[in-house]
Design a protein around this ligand. Sequence first.
Ligand code: ATP
Ligand code: ZN
Length: 286
Amino acid sequence: MEKTISIAVQKSGRLSEKSLDLIRSCGIDFYADSRVLKARATGFPLSFLFVRDDDIPQYVADGVADIGIVGRNEYDESGISLDVVRDLGFASCRLSIAVPHSFDYRGLQSLEGKRNATSYPNILSRILRENDVKADIVVVSGSVEITVDAGVADAIADLVSTGTTLKMNGLEEAECIYRSSALLIANPDLDDDCRLLLDRLLERIDAVMLARHKKYILFNLPAEKLDEAAAVIGGMKSPTVTPLMDKGWVSVQSAVDESRFWAVFERLKALGAEGILVMNIEKMTE
Ligand code: ATP
Ligand code: ZN
């Protein structure tokens, strides 16, 4: 039988769609009517295990799945040691201290002797310990933001991405103490076949992730501005340059970092670039 590698993915929640999007971008899909517990992929010898995110580190540790996609927060909270193969960058959020308006927060020391509600007691207690703060931790599994109003906590440490849930509950974000995004984790004792499959998968994931941070740009330019344009684009060996019918003009194409894109775009326009065409890149290698 053909060897497969199995991946644990959150069944439904904030990680699910982006995890599956990434895998689909790698040319891998699956057939399943509804999202059953297990599914076999098409396009790669991979099988999926759809589970709650909290269980993913343990499943990977036990070998129930070979690899998994889980938030750094759940991985750290689990206390389990696995191979962190990639930080995938999506599902980013922060663990923040939030307090009611009446609380005069002046750094973690303000939590000394106070009751702090969180779903991440291990992460919070480590951070408090590192900062020499002695405080009570009230462990709750959900709806952390209502604990202050309910009178069971003085402050909370909770995951935030926009902060609106906090505001709706009369709390304000006082300090970010930890950042998380989705990780690709692997069992450290994978056999050789699995490791080869993981490497093949990583090649695809890296190509997709690299492409996500780049744009492909194509434009016409007065030939005498070529050196200046190459300097603006920067960071690459040489742009591809094609002569145009009109001898004074060339067509230039290159990949550009998304973070620098608008700065590059404006400077190229200032150099006289015309007909600028910008495209998303689907996959790419360095
Ligand atoms: P499950 O039923 O699988 O246990 P859950 O309710 O624990 O789901 P979700 O709310 O779907 O989990 O969040 C999954 C992960 O998404 C979190 O552990 C975290 O890594 C990430 N995340 C991103 N933004 C947020 C946010 N604003 N609040 C909570 N988690 C977030
Ligand atoms: Zn969960």
